[in-house]
Ligand binder design. Structure first.
Ligand SMILES: Nc1ncnc2c1ncn2[C@@H]1O[C@H](COP(=O)(O)OP(=O)(O)OP(=O)(O)O)[C@@H](O)[C@H]1O
Ligand SMILES: *[C@@H]1O[C@H](CO)[C@@H](O)[C@H](O)[C@H]1NC(C)=O
Ligand SMILES: *[C@@H]1O[C@H](CO)[C@@H](O)[C@H](O)[C@H]1NC(C)=O
Ligand SMILES: *[C@@H]1O[C@H](CO)[C@@H](O)[C@H](O)[C@H]1NC(C)=O
Ligand SMILES: *[C@@H]1O[C@H](CO)[C@@H](O)[C@H](O)[C@H]1NC(C)=O
Ligand SMILES: *[C@@H]1O[C@H](CO)[C@@H](O)[C@H](O)[C@H]1NC(C)=O
Ligand SMILES: *[C@@H]1O[C@H](CO)[C@@H](O)[C@H](O)[C@H]1NC(C)=O
Ligand SMILES: [Mg+2]
Length: 702
């Protein structure tokens, strides 16, 4: 019972093996057919079993190289089996016709020089051991050249003109029969189908060139056609010549290639693909699938490229480094550890630089004694700002100063220009304020280009500034002295609302502490003579300046004008005289043309005189000023000093010469907004002996 399936199984196995055997035999037969010895195609030579000799070798990529650039080399590559050219043989085509198509490339050592060339060869043997290099192209030798027993037919691609071989030039195609002296030769060229004309072809361009050689035995016609691999087969052959190969081609011939290098400059000779057919047109090669040539120039080119890349990278690095350093320098700022707590008030220089478009002149709002003021727009928030650039020399007291700025940044009042923050650079301090659309009050008062401000506007501004000053003196945990009240530091917002600006000079001191002795800073005409004498900043000095400001607004002229008659130089003198004569309203601004509230005008003028009293103790406090201005409190009596020299006393204190000459020179100085420091004031005849402080600075108002 068990045998039956076993027998069945054995039979099945035997049948299967028989089928397999049959199939194998059939496939062997079909393989043999496929290997028709008279036709073949090599799209690259990777798996090709060629007969190679000399310097010839096949690269792993399938590129066939006949020679490298060493001198006097030869290299041969032949299809391994001979081709049947027996015209009488019944099995083969009864003719000597053949067709072949291949791609060559000659890469010269130097672009200008080359050697020596390659050739397509049909030869009775593959033994070229006696053939010579150089002009014999590895095909012939001095002894056998021209010998009819050679049975060698070749199409040469010659890149050197050998005069002894009657070469026409150094870039030609030649038909060679038993001799390297060509039967026919023609300069390398191709017919461009597109342009319908012949174009010359450089054999040693290093680019692959496709060649078609067709021999028709019937017509005894040989066609040789060339074209770059980027062009299709030309409609016209380069060379179409009658030749009878009977007697030259024997019954069996080997087909292949030969190349040789010369003695001076050489080519690398390559074959990239090849098809051959005795029984019809040689199949076209798959050009895009052919092996690639090595990168021209090889290592030196790679090294050169590498050097260039490195150089470029280095250059890029230098440029980026330079721009980095430049930008770093451009936006350089000083930011010390102690400033960390002021973070929100600390602006980066880059932000301010961008906001003011690089501190362009177009953005300049004006310049004062301490620096220039630029208009800016903050990036991101689009808020408008005014940036004051103050130059400073030393870092001494900077910490203290910055802390004052920051604390002043916390001051909020509708009549104060908000100090948003600051930025510090080397030798520069930048203060950032809210931008005031209408600029400073002085421009309205003294500049005829601007519209005149009417009295109610002026009175409104005066009350606003008084409000702001009261806030500074009494509205905060610390007394804040402004120290530079004047029309140019009163800014007008878009509603013509007066706002006191510029705390750049203000100093803080504790309500209970002693007023500090600091530098004498201020503007002539607004400067308290007491301050000039003692050098001590007090609230009363602010009140004095406020008095000058009141008169300035009411009278429409500057408190100090050296161009006027000596007794009118100081506005306060003039108003004082008017008051004494009982015609105080005559001092009012002529531009108002009498359009004002008489009581208010009178009040402002008298208040101006009261605040301008040379004795600080006789001046009202800012609180009292506010009450007089707003309320109905009646003004106290005005006591002018008997000397009546109050405002001029500052000049006396400074022992300033009163002559007209000096005044004129001062006027000139004032135009350039100069700061007279101790040393230079001495030169100008201003002695500051009475002031012990070496920091004394006197600014002359404009
Ligand atoms: N916040 C601001 N908004 C608009 N314009 C301003 C602002 N701050 C200053 N300006 C303009 O810039 C000009 C110069 O101001 P700056 O404060 O430098 O000089 P000054 O007020 O004349 O003198 P000082 O140095 O005594 O303050 C002002 O006259 C004013 O027109
Ligand atoms: C050329 O080939 C020969 C033989 O393989 C070799 O000795 C020689 O170094 C090669 N020359 C160059 C330049 O590669
Ligand atoms: C060529 O073919 C003819 C006819 O078949 C034959 O007689 C002759 O021997 C062949 N020659 C060679 C070299 O095979
Ligand atoms: C061309 O080839 C023939 C052989 O077929 C040869 O006899 C003849 O001399 C050659 N002609 C020239 C000009 O080289
Ligand atoms: C191109 O060159 C060939 C061979 O020299 C020549 O026969 C042919 O007339 C030329 N054609 C044109 C268009 O010049
Ligand atoms: C050779 O070229 C001529 C002229 O273009 C053409 O008439 C002929 O058919 C070509 N012969 C072969 C074998 O290609
Ligand atoms: C040879 O020519 C025949 C007929 O045109 C063609 O079928 C065959 O593919 C060709 N073979 C090669 C390798 O060119
Ligand atoms: Mg100012």
């Amino acid at each position: 019972m068990l045998c039956r399936p076993f027998i069945l199984f054995t039979m099945a196995a035997a049948f299967t093996s028989f089928c397999f055997w049959l199939f194998s035999c059939l496939s062997v037969i079909s393989l043999a057919r496929a290997e028709d010895p008279d036709q073949f195609i090599y799209n690259g030579f990777r798996d090709a079993n060629l007969h190679l000799d000399g310097n010839a070798k096949i690269h792993p990529t399938g590129r066939l190289q006949l020679t490298n650039i060493t001198k006097q080399l030869v290299g041969h590559a032949f299809h391994p089996s001979p081709i049947n050219f027996n015209a009488s043989s019944p099995s083969s085509v009864r003719s000597l016709s053949f067709s072949t198509n291949f791609v060559i490339a000659m890469v010269p050592e130097l672009k200008s020089a080359s050697g020596h060339g390659l050739a397509f060869v049909i030869s009775q043997s593959t033994d070229f051991s006696r053939a010579e290099a150089v002009q014999y192209l590895g095909l012939f030798s001095a002894t056998n050249n021209g010998n009819s027993a050679n049975h060698i037919f070749a199409v040469e691609f010659d890149t050197i003109q050998s005069l002894d071989m009657k070469d026409i030039d150094n870039n030609h195609v030649g038909i060679d029969v038993n001799s390297v002296i060509s039967n026919r030769s023609i300069p390398a060229a191709y017919f461009s189908n597109k342009e319908r004309k012949n174009k010359s072809l450089n054999l040693i361009s290093g680019d692959p060139i496709q060649v078609w050689i067709d021999y028709s035995d019937g017509e005894k016609l040989l066609n040789v056609t060339l074209a770059p691999t980027t062009s299709p087969k030309p409609y016209q052959p380069l060379l179409s010549t009658s030749i009878d190969l009977t007697g030259i081609l024997l019954d069996t011939m080997y087909v292949g290639f030969s190349a040789a290098t010369g003695t001076i400059a050489n080519n690398k000779h390559y074959i990239l693909g090849w098809s051959f057919n005795r029984s019809g047109q040689a199949q076209s090669l798959d050009i895009s699938g052919l092996p690639k040539l090595p990168k021209v120039g090889g290592r030196t080119k790679t090294v050169l490229r590498l050097i260039m890349i490195i150089a470029a990278a280095l250059l890029l690095l230098i440029i980026t480094g330079a721009t980095y350093v430049y930008r770093k320098k451009k936006y350089e700022e000083i930011n010390e550890d102690w400033e960390k707590e002021y973070g929100p008030q600390r602006f980066s220089y880059k932000t301010l630089y961008k906001a003011t478009k690089g501190f362009k002149d177009k953005q300049l709002l004006g310049s004062g004694g301490f620096g220039k003021v630029y208009k800016g727009t903050l990036p991101f928030s689009d808020e408008e700002i005014a940036v004051k650039k103050v130059s400073h020399e030393s870092d001494q007291g900077m910490k203290e100063f910055v802390s004052e700025i920051v604390s002043m940044g916390r001051l909020r009042h509708r009549n104060l220009v908000r100090l948003r923050g600051y930025c510090r650079r080397k030798k520069e301090l930048l203060l950032v304020y809210d931008y005031m659309a209408n600029g400073s009050l002085d421009k309205f008062l003294f500049n005829d280009d601007n519209p005149n401000l009417n009295w109610s506007q002026r009175f409104q501004i005066i009350r606003g500034v008084a409000d702001a000053l009261l806030y500074l003196h009494e509205g905060w945990e610390q007394v804040v002295l402004h120290r530079d009240i004047k029309a140019s530091n009163v800014l007008l917002d878009s509603n013509l609302n007066g706002r006191l600006g510029d705390f750049g000079l203000a100093r803080l001191y504790d309500r209970d502490g002693d007023p500090q002795t600091t530098r004498l800073v201020g503007t002539l005409g607004y400067l308290d003579p007491e301050l000039a004498r003692t050098g001590k900043a007090t609230e009363t000095a602010d009140v004095f300046a406020f008095g000058a400001f009141l008169l300035e607004v009411a009278c429409g002229r500057k408190p100090f004008d050296p161009n006027l008659h000596p007794e009118d130089i100081f506005l306060v003198d003039l108003v004082g005289r008017c008051w004494k004569r009982g015609i105080i309203l005559d001092a009012s601004d002529p531009r108002l043309q009498g359009n004002y509230v008489v009581e208010e005008m009178e009040k402002v003028l008298k208040l101006g005189l009261l605040c301008s009293n040379s004795r600080p103790d006789l001046r009202p406090t800012i609180k009292e000023v506010e009450q007089y201005l707003v309320g109905n409190a009646s003004l106290p009596d005005i006591h002018l000093d008997s000397a009546q020299n109050r405002p001029s006393s500052i000049l006396e204190t400074l022992s300033l010469d009163h002559s007209t000459e000096t005044n004129t020179s001062m006027a000139n100085n004032s135009e350039s907004n100069c700061i007279i420091s101790c040393s230079s004031s001495v030169e100008r005849g201003v002695s500051l002996n009475s002031l012990s402080s070496t920091e004394t600075v006197l600014r002359i108002g404009r």
